[in-house]
Design a protein around this ligand. Structure first.
Ligand SMILES: Cc1cc2nc3c(=O)[nH]c(=O)nc-3n(C[C@H](O)[C@H](O)[C@H](O)COP(=O)(O)OP(=O)(O)OC[C@H]3O[C@@H](n4cnc5c(N)ncnc54)[C@H](O)[C@@H]3O)c2cc1C
Length: 195
């Protein structure tokens, strides 16, 4: 069994956003992804700060950014099961975690699988009328320390920017819990000011 602070299940925009914040701020972060994000079909022209970018380039750049901050990315490794255990979660995959059993222990999980999220139901998270995962304002599900972001929580009215925002929301709540105070990931510019 391999230990990680945060297991992120799904490496689309929502999952990679959560992983960026948690890895950047010192938490062991493992991302599992089966590489089936809808972004590959998109030409992004509605993401603030980016004039235009293909979905392929967006995911490629996001992965590089997440890798650069030290997250472990388990590409093409599917999560088969998530269950609550003492002080966290056991995540079982179809891969090999290094000691051969495909089992990970995480203090937090972020469900970022897209829609539908069967893992959330199996974990015991409440789901809504459209089978979307119920979350609070911090993107936490009804199971403590289990978060859900992106299409898993809103199959309708969803955009890349919303998934990315929810990923950040979940990560900031996890970091606040870990560091016992409201957490801000603020980097200062050396050339501050306007213009
Ligand atoms: C044709 C098309 C065009 C679009 N154009 C735009 C656009 O122009 N602008 C815009 O903002 N949005 C666009 N979208 C919507 C955008 O793609 C979605 O809003 C976005 O991908 C949702 O991100 P997500 O991270 O929530 O989920 P997803 O992108 O669905 O990512 C989920 C990831 O989790 C993985 N996964 C699932 N289950 C498991 C498991 N058990 N174990 C491991 N990994 C798992 C999947 O393989 C996938 O990689 C478009 C969508 C489509 C289909």
């Amino acid at each position: 069994m391999t230990e990680t602070d945060v297991a992120v299940i799904g490496g689309g925009p929502g999952g990679l956003s959560a992983a960026l914040f948690t890895a950047k701020n010192g938490l062991g972060t493992t991302v599992f992804d089966t590489d089936d994000t809808g972004v590959y079909a998109a030409k992004l022209r509605n993401y603030l700060g980016i004039e235009e970018m293909s979905g392929n380039e967006f995911i490629h750049t996001a992965r590089q950014q997440v890798d650069g901050h030290g997250a472990t990315r388990k590409q093409d490794e599917a999560v088969k099961d998530v269950e609550q255990v003492d002080e966290g979660f056991r995540v079982t995959t179809d891969g090999d975690d290094g000691d051969g059993d495909g089992e990970y222990h995480a203090t937090y999980v972020v469900l970022a699988t897209g829609y539908p999220c069967e893992l959330a139901k199996e974990l015991g998270c409440d789901v809504g009328r459209l089978d979307t995962v119920e979350i609070d304002a911090d993107s936490e599900t009804t199971v403590a320390n289990a978060y859900a972001v992106g299409e898993a929580t809103r199959v309708q009215k969803i955009q890349v920017a919303i998934s990315v925002g929810q990923g950040a929301t979940a990560a900031i709540d996890i970091l606040s819990a870990e560091y016992n105070e409201p957490f801000h990931d603020y980097d200062k510019s050396l050339h501050g000011g306007y213009g």
